[in-house]
Design a protein. Structure first.
Length: 120
């Protein structure tokens, strides 16, 4: 796979997911590039994202979920109890969900690229 061409391709996506860093790491660590493994690594990296500090959490929630409806829904689906919720956790859950949605929007295009360029 042409690394430079792939980095150029990945750089066109406006996302906070560090696609280029993930690709470079993954490409070095794996001799045979398999998209399913890359996808799994992207999903794992999304779960590593956190919003810490109260002020950042409140700012994120204010901008993306002022009513807290979406973040509370995510927390409920994931099995969190109300007593264990705080602004940082709600903001993190929402942020991860937003990143996952971003990934879902670009995943097929990236998969097609890798499938068409894996043997070059």
């Amino acid at each position: 796979m042409n690394t430079e061409k792939t980095i150029q391709f990945l750089s066109k996506f406006e996302t906070e997911i560090e696609l280029i860093n993930i690709f470079e790491y993954f490409n070095k660590e794996n001799e045979d590039f398999i998209f399913d493994d890359f996808r799994e690594y992207v999903i794992e990296s999304i779960l590593d994202f956190e919003i810490i500090y109260y002020s950042k959490a409140i700012a994120y929630l204010t901008e993306y979920d002022n009513s807290l409806r979406r973040s509370l829904e995510i927390a409920e689906v994931q099995g969190f109890e109300v007593a264990n919720l705080n602004s940082e956790l709600l903001a993190t859950l929402l942020y991860q969900d937003n990143l996952y949605n971003e990934w879902s929007e670009i995943e097929n295009e990236i998969m097609e690229y890798f499938e068409n360029n894996n043997n070059n």
